[in-house]
Design a protein. Structure first.
Length: 307
């Protein structure tokens, strides 16, 4: 067996880099697999205005470059490759990357989540240019503007209600007649005078000018007719997908695949910790992911000491 590391961190968003910062300062010499899409979800956005310490805001890729530099400064070894599988059945744990095996006494998983997209025509062109998947992150950019929210579940109702704080009008678009949302959430949205509804409706394609979103072509799912709608922003709220496929069910996860932590940030396998959006079905923010990264690092450090 080759070298056994004290800790291997998988994932390089705010959670993974923060876990790396703490474990490297604790002299655990972490090895971090950052993935090919290193830097995580904030690499996909421009202005981040709600991360404390940046009163003027900061660009997503810039803050992630700062996270990385700070982790490297204290000795984190970073490899920009995807972990393909792990074996958690015996210790030391095995982490496989492109056919090469690495061994570690502990693992911190911080592989994040991906928002689900609709896959409508022109969607890629307008991602981050009018189409968002995070009202908490981007709602404030649409003050006194008209926006749409796509989805029929609780998160769509919550996002739509939240967006009425900023937007002059919010239209909820859902492909069915019935909402999946709970009664209380639907009622709250239905009673909001700023919220309008287009049920039995789907997005056929996105439209814009100068690469900025200005509207969409809608399809009535009952009679298949198309119509145009103009608006300034769109929020897709049809759920998130945690990135846990490489774990192959070796850890307890919930019905949607989110890792379940048993004691603080420790998972159902002793010595394996998880933090950030891969466990978080509620907050999904950079600051909460970073906070959990710190928690996982401290939990891991104490577990290593005790074991
Ligand atoms: C467009 C957009 C804008 C946003 N704006 C804001 C904002 O303004 N403010 C805010 O607080 N939050 C914002 N968020 C949310 C925020 O980005 C996330 O909550 C946060 O990034 C979660 O951090 P994380 O470390 O848990 O995971 P992520 O940031 O998702 O990072 C996970 C990392 O793990 C890597 N990975 C996955 N699988 C593997 C593997 N098998 N091997 C190795 N690496 C792997 C991925 O490549 C990725 O780098 C935004 C999100 C999006 C999508």
């Amino acid at each position: 067996m080759s070298q056994v590391h004290k800790v291997i961190i998988i994932g390089s968003g705010p959670a993974g880099y923060t876990a790396a910062l703490y474990t490297s300062r604790a002299l655990l010499k972490p090895l971090l697999f950052a993935g090919y899409a290193s830097g995580g979800q904030l690499m996909l956005t421009s202005d981040v205005e709600n991360y404390p310490g940046y009163p003027e805001g900061i660009m997503g890729p810039e803050i992630m470059s700062d996270f990385r530099k700070q982790a490297e400064k204290f000795g984190t070894e970073i490899v920009d490759k995807d972990v393909s599988s792990v074996d958690l059945s015996s210790r030391p744990f095995k982490v496989t990357v492109e056919g090469e095996d690495f061994f570690s006494e502990s693992i911190i998983i911080s592989t994040g989540a991906e928002a689900r997209w609709l896959g409508s025509e022109n969607e890629d062109q307008y991602k981050g240019r009018g189409i968002s998947t995070c009202a908490t992150c981007d709602g404030a950019f649409f003050k006194d503007k008209e926006v749409i929210v796509i989805g029929g579940g609780d998160s769509a109702m919550e996002e739509a209600t939240f967006l009425t704080r900023f937007a002059s009008k919010v239209t909820i678009i859902h492909r069915r007649e019935r909402l999946r949302a709970s009664q209380i959430m639907s009622l709250r949205a239905r009673e909001n005078p700023k919220i309008d509804w287009k049920l039995n409706t789907s997005i056929k394609s996105w439209t814009g000018s100068d690469n900025i979103l200005t509207g969409a072509v809608l399809t009535n799912t009952k009679d298949n007719t198309d119509s145009n709608l103009s608006f300034d922003g769109a929020f897709i709220a049809i759920g998130h997908q945690p990135i846990t496929g490489f774990l192959e069910n070796q850890l307890d996860v919930d019905n949607h695949g989110y890792i379940l932590n048993k004691i603080n940030t420790m998972t159902s396998v002793n010595g394996v910790f998880a933090c950030g959006d891969v466990v978080d079905t509620r907050y999904r923010q950079a600051i909460t992911a970073a906070g959990m990264g710190c928690m996982a690092a401290i939990d891991c450090e104490r577990w290593l000491e005790e074991n």
